[in-house]
Unconditional design. Structure first.
Ligand code: COA
Length: 169
């Protein structure tokens, strides 16, 4: 399924010097966005996805979205789906745009799109050490439902992933 460009128009008060709030908009990711997306990815993760992984997600028809503020990409969310389940593959917001509800808006958009096509369950993995993201997912309604031992690369070894799931019917 191709993602439909979709604006959710949130004025959240982190505006420019005129005092006008920037509007965070969500639209489908395109191949042209991958340079900007991978720049944020490298700044955000110690073990970032390569541009090729983002290209593969687009080619596979996964739901790939970017969030923009003032036309500039400041976050993205990617989700695969099938057999009644969706899998949040990546959710990331540039450091300067965090704590304004932008990741929550990206996640909300992905889950709503999944609901529209009859998906019943959402799941994702998160690093055991990534407590900020865990709070975000718990606030959203996800519950921890399992562990994948040694799922992530980690300096000098591996790190467990916590599996979070949510019924989205
Ligand atoms: C995790 C991440 C996506 C959150 O993005 P964000 O836009 O700041 O998230 P939101 O503003 O929507 O946060 C919503 C709520 O989640 C919780 N939360 C988010 N980040 C948090 C943090 N670092 N510490 C504690 N709580 C956090 C808070 O309850 C927050 O509400 P509040 O700001 O009113 O307190 C962002 O920090 C990021 O991109 N990190 C690097 C990539 C990453 O770890 N992605 C997740 C992979 S599983």
């Amino acid at each position: 399924m191709a993602a439909n460009p979709r604006d959710i128009g949130r004025g959240d008060g982190h505006g420019d010097s005129s005092g006008a709030p920037d509007v965070f908009e969500i639209r489908a990711m395109t191949l042209e966005d991958i340079d900007d997306v991978t720049r944020i990815e490298r700044e955000s993760y110690e073990f970032p996805w390569t541009p090729g992984i983002f290209r593969d997600c687009l080619r596979a028809g996964y739901l790939c979205t970017v969030g923009t503020s003032d036309g500039k990409i400041c976050g993205y969310g990617l989700m695969s789906f099938g057999a009644g389940e969706c899998h949040i593959l990546n959710l990331c917001v540039a450091a300067e745009a965090r704590r304004h509800g932008n990741a929550s808006a990206l996640l909300d958009n992905l889950i709503n799109e999944a609901r529209k096509i009859g998906i019943q369950t959402a799941f994702l993995e998160v690093r055991e050490s990534n407590q900020g993201a865990q709070v975000l997912y718990e606030d959203f309604g996800f519950c921890e439902t399992g562990v994948r031992p040694g799922y992530y690369p980690h300096r000098g070894g591996k790190e467990d992933a916590l599996i979070f799931s949510m019924n989205i019917i």
